[in-house]
Write a protein that binds this ligand. Sequence first.
Ligand code: SAH
Length: 351
Amino acid sequence: MTASSPLPVQRLRTLIATEGAIPIATFMAIANAHYYASRDPLGRSGDFTTAPEISQMFGELIGLWMADLWMRAGSPPVAIVELGPGRGTLMADLRRAISRFPGLSDARTHFVETSPTLRTEQKQRVPDAFWHDSSSTLPTDLPLLIIANEFFDALPIRQIVRTDDGWRERMVTLHDDRLIPVPGKPSVDPLVPRTLAGAPTNSIIEASPAGTAIMADLATRIEVQGGAALVIDYGYEGPAVGDTLQAVKDHGYADVFDRVGEVDLTAHVDFTALKDAARKAGAVAHGPVDQGALLTALGIAARAQALARANPARTKALEADMRRLTAPEEMGTLFKAIAVTAPDWPKPAAF
Ligand code: SAH
């Protein structure tokens, strides 16, 4: 660590010492920026495993989803975009699956990724991609086909907590040298939906201003340039009360406020809020559909059988992978997908 990039816990201490308690969103942004920049968190040796790291079938089927939509839209020249591509595994599998579609296979890959460590991983699997720090520099002259898997859950959220005297922004402060959450100043906030205004004391409402801002930007581009986005994540259809901020380390849950920047902080995604942001920007929003239903509709069973025929020794493993991705007690219903399309684009498969 250099003097210009202090450990996140030191940075938070300095911030709190000079400014007082800071919003949950600031805490989460600083913690996760360090977390992702300083490691490859994915896979068995990391902290968590994502769908594309479980099986090649995930990226392949998303590639076929994309190719089907693209053909029905008239096979225009497009750019392919992924937000938060992790190791680049999904995109490598997707690109292989679309290689049989001339016109689509010529499309350039654009990655939105802030972590230098993960950019290095992505470059190994998709060497000819273009990298962006944010969605604001994506191409403006082509329809965009966008995919985001477990990206929105990593973005900072705000939490508003109900106290005896009204709703307050939830903040983070130092107490006996430990970071703890505390209610902040009263929040007279349009964030609290009317249906939840009477929620009991200690109820928490979440919002992801960063997530809705990115969705608004993508949907505006899709409305103007054409194209579609597929967002897959774990989440719910808000508005709802609940504290979903969680920390994961070594494939288990950890304390959110301990070991800042060494644990993965995520929050469940409010698909209603993302769809509202897309619709406000003039795009069409579809779903959510469960991940299990999505992959089943896209033909995961047939794909598993084809792979098993090519390599019978893998039959059991392929069946297990398919189960992990689609079974309700595994990832099948906790994970959901929404799609966003340009008004003059066709309805995507499985929605
Ligand atoms: N999509 C991958 C990785 C998910 S982990 C998979 O399914 O395996 C979250 C990813 O989002 C990582 O690549 C992380 O570096 C990236 N990320 C997190 N916050 C980001 C931000 N604010 N801007 C761009 N990328 C971000």
